[in-house]
Design a protein around this ligand. Structure first.
Ligand code: HEM
Length: 465
């Protein structure tokens, strides 16, 4: 049921769910100090144990967030940088192999066979491998092999292999189709294995996905039990900084690894594909960004150092403008009002009502972002840009906002700077459009690109990584 509520800017998107478009509602629904909690849409998705993203109880959330806070802290980013740099290097090896001759001056459409790099796929391998290394110190080999077949294990211990992306994205697609039925979700989820199409495929994929994160959890646990003290999220899950064990049950550890591999790779991969697409559609922006990056990197530098590129204002503006136009998470992130009800802007909302705001709605509001469909990174620069931050909802806001945004910026910044410094890219043709599908995330389809080495003074084109 979709209908207009009494006040402007509120849409009833379910029998008990109000969706807001007035940005004033952000602080009431998501801000620090909100009286709302995550709504039942999260609770029903939980497995044997809650993880950081689906736990509803506020003290339990605070406990989990405290355990992981040090791992995600901004001061630790430098510790993860070498892991990200390693993945950039592996990606570059693959792109180097696929480089074609430069596009002749004046030619804008490459030969069809030259658009031989599926940027979306390769950079998704990059984000999965980066988080598997940062989180578990595991090397999955996707970037070296060019596929994402992953070890997996059934609860009875039998082993199998399954494709990482297809398994995860199929589960998410199925979930997105039935999760908003709330009370019916569990029943529909069970029944879906007896049906067909995406529902049946989703059930099969859920087994594969559960097998993948469990296998990776057990592998890392084995290393931990052997006494390996790696610097990664897993270590933070097992012990605090002084070595005191956190004594988490295996189910909780597995749940945290599940969300880390999922949230930690999917959204950043979408963001990385989107920003490249926007840049190639906006050559003047791309040229300006390159100038900024080239000034920050030595001509013969292959992998950007985070220190040198993390504060480049135009680079950050290009990333944020892309995250604004196509936020990787556009779905309404439901929160529930407290039992006694609460005020939202100038209206009293009774207790137990789901309330939310889609990032897409505020990001497309022309009174905040004039010409909202246009890719204009300049809007994020200087003092005027700072004023827009309260309306930037790509990572949500408040205590339940994204814990991984700094890691995401580390990955996006180092990768994009390194690639734009080394290569030229071209779309298959100037009118090329990517396909998009909204599931639990706003996914991007294949992005086939022609890639060739740049010829800039001081850069050794034959140099190998
Ligand atoms: C461009 C990249 C990213 C975007 C757009 C993004 C977006 C979001 C959003 C919108 C939320 C709120 C979800 C909700 O309310 O249900 C969230 C939460 C979360 N994100 Fe991210 N995320 C990104 C990258 C990452 C990375 C790299 C990680 C892990 C390394 C991560 C881990 C998480 C976790 C664990 C939560 C739950 C936090 C909590 O409830 O305390 N995210 N993210």
């Amino acid at each position: 049921m979709v209908g207009r509520d009494q006040s402007q800017g509120v849409l009833r998107i379910g029998p008990n769910h109000l969706s807001y478009s007035d940005p004033q509602a952000i602080k009431y629904i998501y801000g620090h100090g909100t009286k709302c909690a995550k709504d039942t849409g999260y609770e029903i998705q939980k497995g044997t144990h809650y993880h950081l993203a689906d736990v509803v109880d506020k003290p339990d959330h605070a406990r989990k967030r405290k355990i992981l806070a040090s791992a995600y802290a901004i001061k630790n980013l430098e510790e993860w940088e070498y892991k990200v740099a390693d993945k950039v290097e592996r990606l570059i090896r693959q792109f180097d192999k696929r480089c074609t001759a430069p596009l002749p001056a004046g030619q804008i459409v490459p030969n069809p066979e030259d658009a031989n790099v599926n940027y979306r796929m390769w950079t998704n391998f990059f984000t999965v491998e980066a988080i598997a290394d940062i989180g578990l110190s595991l090397k999955l080999g996707f970037l070296d092999r060019g596929d994402d077949m992953c070890e997996a294990v059934n609860p009875d211990g039998t082993k199998f292999t399954a494709p990482f992306r297809e398994s995860l994205y199929t589960v998410n697609e199925k979930t997105s189709l039935i999760v908003h039925t709330y009370d019916w979700f569990k029943t529909l989820d069970k029944l879906s294995s007896y049906t067909y199409g995406i529902y049946r495929r989703g059930t099969k994929a859920a087994k594969a996905w559960d097998g993948i994160h469990l296998a990776l959890t057990l592998k890392r646990l084995e290393a931990y039990r052997r006494g390996e003290k790696n610097d990664d999220f897993f270590q933070a899950l097992m012990e605090d900084k002084s070595g005191q064990p956190n004594n988490l049950e295996l189910g909780e550890i597995d749940a945290e690894i599940n969300i880390m591999l999922n949230a930690g790779s999917t959204t950043t991969a979408i963001a990385i594909a989107n920003v490249m697409f926007h840049l190639l559609k906006n050559p003047k922006v791309l040229a300006q960004l390159r100038e900024e990056i080239d000034r920050a990197m030595d001509p013969d530098e292959t992998i950007a150092s985070y220190e040198n590129v993390k504060n480049l204002p135009y680079l950050r503006a290009c990333l944020d403008e892309s995250l604004r136009i196509y936020s990787p998470t556009t779905q309404n992130l439901g929160r529930v009002t407290p039992a006694e009800g609460m005020q939202i802007i100038d209206q009293f909302i009774p207790g137990g009502v789901s309330v939310s705001m889609s990032a897409h709605v505020v990001h497309q509001d022309p009174s905040i972002f004039p010409e909202p469909r246009k890719y204009i990174p300049e809007r994020w620069l200087g003092e005027e840009g700072k004023k827009l931050q309260p309306y930037f909802l790509a990572f949500s806001a408040g205590a339940r906002g994204c814990i991984g945004r700094n890691i995401s910026y580390l990955e996006q910044t180092v990768l994009l700077a390194s690639l734009l410094h080394r290569y030229e890219f071209a779309l298959p043709h100037p009118n090329f459009e990517v396909t998009r599908q909204e599931t639990m995330n706003y996914h991007v389809g294949p992005l086939p690109l022609k890639v060739w080495r740049r010829d800039i003074p001081g850069m050794e084109v034959s140099e190998k990584v």
